[in-house]
Design a protein around this ligand. Sequence first.
Ligand SMILES: Nc1ncnc2c1ncn2[C@@H]1O[C@H](COP(=O)(O)OP(=O)(O)OP(=O)(O)O)[C@@H](O)[C@H]1O
Length: 251
Amino acid sequence: MADPVLSVTGLTKRFGAIEACSDVSLDLHAGEIHALIGPNGAGKSTLIAQIAGGLRPDAGSIRFLGRDVTALDTVARARLGLGRSFQVSAVVPDYSVVENVMLALHGRDRTAFRPFGHAFGKRALTEEARAHAARTHLSDRLNVPARSLAHGERRRLELAMALALRPRAFLLDEPMAGLGQEGAAELTALLSDLRDEAPILLVEHDMDAVFALADRISVLVYGRILATGTPDEIRADPQVRAAYLGDEVPA
Ligand SMILES: Nc1ncnc2c1ncn2[C@@H]1O[C@H](COP(=O)(O)OP(=O)(O)OP(=O)(O)O)[C@@H](O)[C@H]1O
């Protein structure tokens, strides 16, 4: 099998007496969605924050595209293509959909964006922004200010902005949160298509979405990986059922 795009080895993080992340190892391969599930307080956010670079591990290492990135900060990791979406602060409410995506493109290539000049550069950038918006089914909302978007549309705008950075892997922390059934179904279909563009490490509480999307699932309990396997293997694992899933698993 080809080398993983992302691999985490022996990651450990303590907060005082709490070991929120204990010797965690997992990997993410090209073309896959690897879901990370577990009860509240299991350490999922702590793990994602260490992978994204916002939180420094006490022990362990993180490799991305064959390179040890453990010592790099969030910005340096994002530049290498580690894309984190659904950070609410990134969207400017008064900017339209297309302007917000252009803003993300600007972040990727600061020299390319000239808001009030350089018509040619701006046109190219607008075209690219439109393409990312189309990818997330927002073509009919291009000129709508972000503040007027429905919840699910805003989530898709955040995804378009993450796509603008040309990620080589996505870290998604609870993308379904707050979405109704219809919004969650639409986002599920979209994420399913995106895995071929960049593999996805997905933290999600919505078990319908997890079991519909994941190629592999890792279960985190008290900061430790209890099991990693295909949805069928996880569904059938008696330890997982006892510790977490119980009757929550979709048939
Ligand atoms: N900055 C912090 N300072 C102290 N303790 C923390 C900090 N961040 C997390 N913790 C603790 O670490 C443990 C893991 O928390 P974390 O938020 O990573 O879990 P989680 O699986 O993401 O939970 P949830 O599903 O509720 O988001 C918890 O016991 C939490 O209280």
